[in-house]
Design a protein around this ligand. Structure first.
Ligand code: FAD
Length: 325
């Protein structure tokens, strides 16, 4: 039994959450007395690839063919399956991101494997192979016993702590044959519409709702987010009204996130909003209504007017940063 971890990169740099999957893979491999092979797809420099050993890879497969420079669901699924076959890996770990959610079922079908998506803890292998995952939009947990010998697990970003492992790993070029049918649609250019932290990958998120009254008041939200190195998000009515782009809409019908810190400003905390953010590690709510439902889900609550509280918060963060500069 061996273990394969697919590590996502963004423009040649591995995401922090990729190191989380690797640490997760390393800890699982230790439990099962096996090794971890990391698979990287796309153009990544050797110095960046070397980081994979630091987080637990015992071997690195590098697929850097030009054709696979841009994410391609079908093609990447074929490469991951081929890597699992090559390494005789019966367990594959993938990040539970947009791309990971698309890849994992394809890989599972190709491998004829069981799949659990949205794992948040290491499997309990004391009796079977039981994986804890979120269920019902993070309102419950499910414990799934994976009965198949082959397994695909997707790990929720920010759910597993990164840990360094003192070891080295050799990098091997891996260029498996990929079906030409996968390339019938070709991406000619990728244009990022922001150079800011991407919401699904963000460790910290500052989010605001209809309580901010209008798009002109988002300056303070952006300032707070910039100071914290956070991504910005919003409630559905805010993006529906065109105050903010739809890419920032979080919730049941938007993006589901699980950052380490979620600051909600002027958001009521409707069940559909909570569905996308309740698995955040720490939730801070700022709302002028003490009865706002969001306070029930909050770790810290500030009852007050956002237009008074947020500027004060910004000043305090600035002072803290200056003191620690
Ligand atoms: P409001 O409900 O209007 O709340 C504004 C809050 O701001 C209030 O709590 C108020 O006390 C507070 N406030 C006002 N002024 C201030 C101030 N000066 N300072 C501080 N606080 C202030 N919503 C989502 O967000 N995401 C989803 O994915 C989503 N999916 C949905 C799917 C369906 C099928 C349906 C029916 C609804 C969905 N909704 C979703 C909508 C959801 O039900 C709520 O209507 C929405 O989340 C409310 O947005 P809000 O909190 O920004 O606005």
């Amino acid at each position: 039994m061996a273990l394969l971890v697919y590590v996502e990169n963004l423009e040649g740099k591995f995401k922090k959450s990729s190191f989380e999957t690797l640490t997760y893979g390393k800890h699982l491999a230790d439990k099962l007395s096996t090794t971890v092979t990391a698979l990287s797809i796309g153009k990544v420099e050797q110095a960046e690839l070397d980081k994979l050993a630091t987080y637990g890879a015992t071997k690195i497969l590098n697929t850097s063919s030009e054709k696979l420079a841009v994410f391609n669901n079908q093609a990447y699924a074929q490469v991951i399956t081929a890597a699992a076959e090559k390494e005789s890996a019966d367990t594959v770990i993938i990040l539970n991101t947009f791309s990971g959610k698309g890849l994992a079922p394809r890989v599972a079908v190709r491998m004829k494997a069981a799949i659990v998506s949205g794992a948040i803890e290491l499997p309990d292998t004391s009796s079977g192979f039981v994986v804890k995952k979120t269920a019902y939009s993070s309102k419950a947990y499910a414990y799934v016993n994976m009965l198949s010998a082959k397994k695909v697990i997707t790990l929720i970003p920010n759910s597993y702590k990164v840990e360094e492992a003192a070891q080295t790993a050799a990098t091997e070029v891996f260029e498996p044959a990929v079906d030409e049918n996968c390339f019938k649609t070709v991406v000619k250019e990728v244009k990022r519409n922001t150079d800011k932290v991407l919401l699904p990958d963000a460790e910290f998120v500052v989010s605001a709702g209809r309580g901010l009254k209008g798009p002109e008041n988002w300056k303070m939200v952006e300032e707070l987010a910039d100071l914290l190195g956070a991504a910005t998000a919003c409630s559905k009515p805010v993006s529906d009204a065109g105050w903010r782009p739809h890419s920032e809409h979080v919730g049941q019908t938007g993006i589901a996130i699980s950052p380490n810190l979620y600051i909600a400003i002027g958001i009521s905390g409707a069940i559909q909003h909570l569905a996308g953010v309740s698995s955040s590690k720490v939730i801070v709510v700022i709302n002028k209504d003490p009865e706002a439902p969001f306070f029930k889900a909050a770790d810290y609550g500030i009852v007050g007017d956002a237009f008074e509280v947020v500027p004060k918060l910004i000043e305090e963060v600035k002072k803290l940063k200056a003191a620690n500069a």
